[in-house]
Write a protein that binds this ligand. Structure first.
Ligand code: IPM
Ligand code: MN
Length: 352
């Protein structure tokens, strides 16, 4: 029996979460697992009402769940940064979700902006470190607001944090079993300390994985290769900020934010799965937004719960819908409503 915490969040979050849960229910019926959900109302509305983002007591409650399914965080009435840091980043740090796993896979029928590239070319996974680097909030001001102002923002990288991320990535390459290749993405030509630690740890850890080919690319160059030769990549491991940036590029080449999902993983704890697009406030309540990213988040959640058969069926359902049904993933051009897209994937999962 799985206990799933559900945080629908802001904007269109609740609409896409509903479709994700619809597909989860279909998968449970078809594959015979049981679960229950607990809904939490963290997000912009609650913050505006109570001043609370994600209280410590809630973090303790979340810890008792098998997984967390998150819709979207971001509210036009709340100053940017408050909800992101107070909810999303707080959950990642407090629950020690030290991996942000982001598959970049072009499904059949989905349009990529890359001319001459197809599903056989775009299929890789980014393993982003999720609890260190520039995201720790270390730094400060001196003489703030004066002409002599100094601002420092430090990137903190620990041997333990870097190594556990790199090990996860090597293990993931083996489990994925495709090209058996891991590329480290960094900036060793400029960042002499942090990236030196990363590359040394990468090379040392590689010794434990003789069956895995290793490669290295600078972060600026990898942006170029994602566009020019995405077929070169199998699994990429990188730090928090580089991973943040390159996975937005990755999402675009797989068809946009309407299809991209991510998992915030703590392999020994509770992990959180989310569509990576935003809360799209202007489409709220219109039943027009694409739910496939939220459905892909459910797929990842099933995989991490060990329900591999169900996860694969959800992916087949998604590919059926992108390949045979939807003319486009874009709002206004899908030809179906949010709930109809969810219905089609769920129906396919039930028949799988
Ligand atoms: C992401 C988002 C977050 C991040 C923001 C909302 C804090 O961009 O999940 O990639 O930077 O990690
Ligand atoms: Mn991001």
């Amino acid at each position: 029996m799985y206990n799933i915490a559900v945080i629908p969040g802001d904007g269109t979050g609740p609409e896409v979460v509903r479709e994700g849960l619809k597909v989860l229910a279909a998968a449970a019926g078809r594959f015979g697992f049981e679960y229950q959900t607990t809904e939490y109302d963290f997000g912009g509305d609650r913050f505006l009402r109570t001043g609370e983002t994600l209280p410590d007591s809630a973090v303790d409650e979340l810890r008792g769940h098998s997984a967390i399914f998150l819709g979207a965080i971001g509210h036009p009435g709340v100053k940017p940064g408050i909800l992101e840091q107070g909810i999303l980043l707080k959950a990642r740090f407090a629950l020690d979700q030290y991996i942000n796993l982001r598959p970049v896979k072009l499904y059949p029928g989905v349009e990529t902006p890359l001319r001459d590239k197809g599903p056989e070319d775009i299929d890789f996974v980014v393993v982003r470190e999720n609890t260190e680097g520039l995201y720790v909030g270390s730094g400060g001001f001196l003489k703030k607001g004066t002409p002599d102002e100094v601002a420092v923002q430090e990137s903190i990288n620990t041997r333990k944090g870097v190594e556990r991320c790199i090990r996860f990535a090597f293990d993931y390459v083996q489990k994925r079993n495709r090209d058996k290749k891991l590329t480290m993405c960094g900036k060793t030509n400029v960042l002499n300390y942090s990236q030196d630690l990363w590359l040394r740890t990468f090379n040392e850890t590689a010794g434990d994985y003789p069956g895995v080919k290793t490669d290295y690319a600078h972060v600026d160059a990898i942006c170029m290769w994602f566009v020019k030769n995405p077929e070169w990549f199998d699994v990429i491991v990188t730090d928090n900020i580089f991973g943040d940036i390159i996975t937005d590029l990755g999402a675009m080449i797989q068809g946009g934010m309407g299809i991209a999902a991510g998992g915030n993983i703590n392999p020994g704890g509770v992990s959180m799965f989310e569509p990576i697009g935003g809360s799209a406030p202007k489409y709220t309540g219109q039943n027009v937004i694409n739910p496939l990213a939220a459905i892909a988040a459910v797929q990842m959640m099933l995989e991490f719960l060990g329900e591999d058969g169900a996860a694969a069926a959800v992916e087949r359902g998604t590919m059926h819908v992108t390949g045979e049904k939807l003319p486009s993933l874009a709002v206004g051009r899908m030809g179906y409503s949010t709930s109809e897209v969810g219905d089609m994937v769920a129906a396919r999962v039930r028949e799988d």
